[in-house]
Design a protein around this ligand. Structure first.
Ligand SMILES: [Zn+2]
Length: 693
């Protein structure tokens, strides 16, 4: 990148300037692409070995594209119209820059067009790219550009990036819930400021030699800013106050792992019909395996709220897509933070939106709502993923594992509580190649299935073979999840934390495959959707084996509280601890237990009572079903007509559960809350995941 000519009055060599423009723009685009991938959580920072090939891929692709565009189209156009070559070359660069920026901000061309997150970042990158390329190019070929363009181009180069950068930073700042993944925007601001400073100097100086030096400087600053951001890996603590435990707690490390849409019988530890999951088998061998564990709802939000608060959904009332958890209701994170544990969450289901207050109490959280535009990988990384998928593909699940492992590594010397929620095996089922099932995929489906919305809506009909294949794809995702959990547990072992840690593995709900005519989840209350795996690896594996009492994921919080010696300021719930159940102690609440939940299509309630009975009630049609789960685990024979007294007992149990939940809620005295409005983009996003009609 030497100056074309040091004499300000001479024209640059015409054959060289398009090459120069292409080279400069290509480098600038690689830098911008790096920026697009930049404002993400440091937990998931790629290594230099990943960044450099990605930047090289973008630079090479841009360089070739610009030259093709120039020699194939624009040069002829410029000659025919007697236009100056340089501005047209710059226009080509701008066009390419825009295309790449759009490409990088994934989803911009789809329904998420208006999502400000992607748009904002895309815009910043676009403007930064073009302004940078333009400024450098202008500096190098300045004499050939008319004074008018120099003045106005220079002005715009300053103004646009400044205004847009400020606008986007402001939007980030005021983003409700202030996603921590956006917090490293401090680094982006630094880069932006550096660029502006360079542009400023460039516009004032006319010497091409100075411009060249400054341009080179701009790249150094750009990379330097990235390095600073890498170095400063702890920018998103909710509070920086150190909350050391007063003494050494009984259990120093607590890890809660939940997988989305994982039905209990999908794991080999739960039976022979599922996927082969050796890593979870290994965990199960050291753990108490609860054979009959239930979630409190058939979809993510209410069941996760129960997992974190230890309350039934009637009590926490987080059962609509935009329900917000009341501030007054403590979560397990509140209690653990209060007790001096370092607390963090790593999640990647878009439904677990920070605005819903579920991360209340966590000192740190990393939320990857991965299908959303701003989690898009850099264009370069995606280009490489397409060219060499086995090497460069990085799914959300892998990112979650990586973030969790990094976090554990950083905090291994402190008492900590880490919650990890994996989105897999949730639909779409797109397992990595290495986990694909054997056999030939049906022609209309392939190796990835994402038409769950159409299937549930009835507009996509499936053959028996197709259904079987879809289930195989799901099980392949379960094997993928097993691998990832294995990596996480391997890290705990490597750090010597495994033995004494309390590790809970569970799921938010199951997944149905037409056992009762329906598909996916959230539409029914049968066991395929509400029975979940529950493994509790106690410190020192003090209780292990298979336990058969029917338990709820609500019992996880009391278990952690008991083992960690937490003393909540106010406890309104008396859900039992799994430690007590594993020890065989009679538990206060184990007779009329388990679940009641609301659903996002026709509302449903269910209660498991009297040991083995389940009553399901549809609130719209008032239709009821009654099953004996012991004699009829597949819920085929409805006993409503033959056992009216049992059905009546079930109705009473449901009423009692409601009444108890009402008292529990009143005990916390929650203030009336305004639910955050589910924005149009969020609704679209949720719909695409199958959450709304
Ligand atoms: Zn879920």
């Amino acid at each position: 990148m030497t100056p074309a000519d040091e004499d300000d009055n001479a024209s640059p060599r015409p054959t060289r300037s398009p090459m120069l423009a292409a080279l400069i723009t290509a480098l600038a685009m690689a830098a911008a692409d790096f920026l697009i991938a930049f404002p993400r959580s440091p937990e998931s920072w790629p290594t230099l070995g990943e960044i450099l090939p990605s930047m090289a891929a973008v630079a090479a692709a841009s360089f070739v594209s610009i030259l093709l565009l120039w020699y194939g189209l624009l040069r002829g156009l410029a000659r025919r119209r007697s236009l100056e070559e340089q501005p047209l070359a710059a226009a080509a660069a701008v066009f390419l820059g825009a295309s790449f920026a759009l490409l990088s901000a994934e989803g911009l061309l789809g329904p998420e067009l208006a999502a400000w997150g992607g748009l904002g970042r895309g815009t910043v990158s676009l403007v930064a790219t073009t302004a940078l390329a333009r400024a450098i190019y202008q500096g190098l070929t300045r004499p050939a550009i008319s004074p008018f363009l120099v003045r106005w181009g220079g002005g715009l180069c300053h103004l646009l990036p400044a205004v847009l950068l400020l606008a986007v930073l402001a939007a980030w700042y005021w983003n409700p819930g202030r996603d921590p993944q956006l917090a490293p925007s401090g680094g982006a601001a630094l880069v932006g400021a550096a660029l502006l400073a360079v542009f400023g100097v460039l516009a004032r100086r006319s010497s091409t030699r100075t411009a060249t030096r400054l341009s080179a400087g701009a790249f150094v600053v750009l990379l330097g800013a990235g390095a600073v951001a890498l170095w400063n890996r702890d920018p998103f603590l909710k509070t920086r106050a150190e909350r050391r435990a007063a003494g050494d707690p009984a259990v120093r490390h607590v890890i809660l792992i939940s997988a989305d849409s994982l039905r209990a019988d999908a794991l080999s530890a739960y039976g022979a019909g599922g996927a082969h999951t050796p890593n979870l088998d290994r965990l199960a061998a050291d753990a108490a395996l609860f054979r009959h564990a239930y979630s409190t709802a058939s979809w993510t939000l209410p069941s996760t709220a129960s997992l974190l608060t230890g309350l039934p959904s009637f009590a926490h009332e987080v059962f609509w897509i935009s329900s917000r958890l009341a501030d007054e209701i403590p979560t397990v994170a509140d209690l653990m933070t209060e007790a001096g544990y370092r607390t963090a969450a790593v999640t990647d289901n878009p439904v677990l939106d920070p605005r819903l207050n579920l991360y209340k109490g966590f000192q740190e959280y990393v939320h990857y709502p991965r299908p959303w535009p701003w989690t898009a990988d850099a264009a370069g990384r995606r280009l490489l993923a397409r060219l060499a998928p086995s090497r460069y593909h990085r799914g959300g699940t892998e990112e979650v594992t990586r973030a969790a492992r990094n976090w554990v590594d950083r905090h291994r010397d402190e008492p900590f509580f880490l919650w990890i929620h994996y989105f897999d095996p949730h639909a779409p089922y797109s397992p990595p190649e290495r986990f694909l099932p054997d056999g030939e995929a049906p022609p209309n489906i392939g190796t990835s299935f994402d038409q769950h919305v159409e299937v549930v809506a009835g507009t996509r009909l499936l053959t028996r073979d197709e259904r079987a294949w879809i289930r195989q794809l799901y099980l392949a995702e379960v094997r993928y999840l097993d691998e990832q959990v294995g990596l996480l547990i391997g890290e705990l072992e490597r750090l010597g934390l495994y033995e004494d840690a309390l590790i809970v593995f569970t799921s938010d709900h199951g997944e149905e495959f037409w056992e009762h005519g329906s598909y996916q989840h959230g539409h029914s209350m049968y066991d395929e959707v509400v029975a979940v795996p529950l493994l509790v690896k106690f410190p020192g594996a003090s209780h292990k084996g298979v336990y058969t009492p029917r338990v709820s994921t609500q019992f996880v919080l009391p278990t952690i509280a008991e083992l960690c010696g937490l003393q909540p300021q106010r406890s309104c719930s008396n859900a039992p601890s799994l430690a007590a159940i594993a020890a065989g102690l009679p538990s206060a609440d184990a007779t009329t237990l388990v679940q009641a939940g609301t659903c996002y299509q026709e509302e449903l309630e269910a209660v498991i009572f009297g040991g083995d009975y389940k009553l399901i009630r549809r609130l719209g049609t008032q239709r009821e079903e009654l099953f004996n789960l012991r004699t009829d685990p597949n819920e085929r024979r409805c006993l409503l007509a033959s056992a009216p007294a049992t059905a009546e007992a079930g109705r009473r149990a449901l009423e009692e559960l409601r009444e108890r939940s009402r008292k529990v809620r009143a005990c916390y005295q929650p203030a009336e809350q305004q639910a955050p409005e589910a924005g149009r983009e969020r609704l679209r996003q949720l719909r695409s995941l199958g959450y709304l009609n």
